[in-house]
Design a protein around this ligand. Structure first.
Ligand code: HEC
Ligand code: HEC
Length: 349
């Protein structure tokens, strides 16, 4: 069984049509914006919106915002997609971080995102600002913490203290965002409210939150595992047709020894980082390739972090293919983990 290899071919949009030999009929390369559009639609739109308008799930940002696209270089975008924002629902999408895409496919997604750009790119100075982090703390607490969190990592909006974010965002990138905001979102421009010095101090505070980023590569998930936990146990008391079931109900049924399987709908990178103990990795965008391996007579619990978008796509794929005993972990992965329920790291269940 080699579903991962099959899946890669489909995800990368490289399904070759028979009889394509001349240049005119050859399918577009993975790095073209046409293939990028397909991949975006399949793996990004459910959170960031079909046209990058953002906020379909879990505070996923407005990727088409004019100031964002004008200041984010291709390298910024490609790295953000490849490595994700660990600790948030933004997965690492590159193959060497455990995700589905090679460099060419990521370049295609970036090329597609560029088709949304309406303002010319801005050349940002690379010179660091000379602010003072201690002075920036008060203005940050007063003006920014309500949306970005007291220490920059509680949200609800963009985690400014994220190591991957601070590694790609230069001081000038941060300053430009603070001065001009992100049109079309709740991030307004502070250029008229805060002085240049105050903004430089806030940037210094954000910079003080930088941490080294992870290096090396991450394996893609290994075997699916047995899928069903407690295979000889009783049926859990879930109701067919109930789309969502709470983490506590599911945990209580598991403790009672009920038979069920957990399906992790997120990208493989998130699964390897951490998953519900015993769960199988069934990324939502490859779900069809796994149908043959999943049981129809046992309950399957679909989950993700966001908490309903990716798990919802997976559940709908199962329901459309004759599965009935399907439910979604209502509060999502992070609530399961924060309750202290069993989780595990690594490529295997
Ligand atoms: C499960 C929802 C989800 C999916 C699917 C998802 N993202 Fe994200 N993405 C997010 C969230 C949430 C953030 C902000 C994370 C944070 O708090 O820093 C984000 C951040 C980003 C950023 C950084 C934006 C910035 O302002 O710096 C980029 C670029 C991005 N996503 C692109 C993509 C692309 C391309 C895909 C598909 C390959 C994708 N995302 C899939 C949720 C998602
Ligand atoms: C009302 C809520 C709110 C407040 C207050 C706020 N922000 Fe934001 N901020 C956001 C949102 C939402 C975004 C993401 C916008 C998008 O979708 O692109 C954002 C984006 C940003 C970004 C760009 C991040 C990226 O990934 O590109 C920076 C930098 C930033 N904010 C800094 C600040 C600072 C500094 C302050 C205080 C001076 C502040 N914000 C106040 C909501 C807020």
């Amino acid at each position: 069984m080699k579903p991962r290899i099959l899946a890669t071919v489909i995800v990368a949009g490289l399904v070759l049509q028979p009889g394509c030999s001349s240049d005119e009929t050859r399918p577009p390369s993975a790095s073209s914006s046409a293939v990028g559009a397909q991949n975006y639609e399949k793996t990004c739109a459910l959170c960031h919106g079909k046209n990058g308008e953002g906020y379909l799930a879990d505070n996923a940002t407005a990727l088409r915002s004019a100031t964002f696209l004008a200041t984010a270089s291709d390298d910024y975008l490609a790295r953000s997609i490849a490595r994700g924002r660990p600790g948030t629902t933004m997965s690492a999408w590159s193959r060497n971080r455990g995700g589905p895409y090679d460099d060419a496919s990521i370049a295609g997604i970036v090329a597609y995102m560029r088709t949304w750009q309406t303002s010319p790119s801005v050349t940002l100075s690379k010179t660091p600002l000379a602010g003072d982090a201690a002075r920036g703390a008060d203005s940050y607490a007063a003006a920014c913490a309500s949306c970005h969190g007291a220490t920059g990592s509680e949200g609800p909006n963009v985690r400014l203290a994220n190591a991957e974010f601070l590694d790609v965002a230069s001081d000038e990138f941060l300053r430009y965002a603070i001065v001009n905001g992100r049109p079309g979102t709740t991030m307004r421009g502070y250029g008229g409210e805060l002085t240049e010095d105050e903004i430089a101090d806030i940037v210094a505070l954000l910079r003080s939150w930088a941490k080294p980023v992870a290096t090396g590569s991450v394996p893609i998930p290994g075997t699916l595992g047995p899928i069903v936990l407690n295979p000889d146990g009783p049926e859990p008391a879930f109701t067919v047709g109930n789309r969502f079931t709470s983490v506590d109900t599911i945990k209580a049924e598991l403790d009672r020894g009920a038979a069920m399987g957990f399906l992790d709908a997120r990208a493989g990178s998130d699964y390897v980082e951490e998953h519900i103990a015993g769960a199988a990795s069934v990324p939502f965008y490859e779900a069809r390739d796994y149908l043959f391996a999943l049981p129809k007579d046992k309950w399957l619990v679909s989950y993700c972090g966001c908490p309903h978008a990716e798990s919802g796509v997976l559940a709908d794929t199962l329901l459309a293919n004759g599965f009935t005993k399907v439910t979604i972990l209502d509060e999502g992965y992070f609530v399961w983990r924060d309750r202290g329920y069993p989780v595990r790291s690594g490529p295997n269940p």
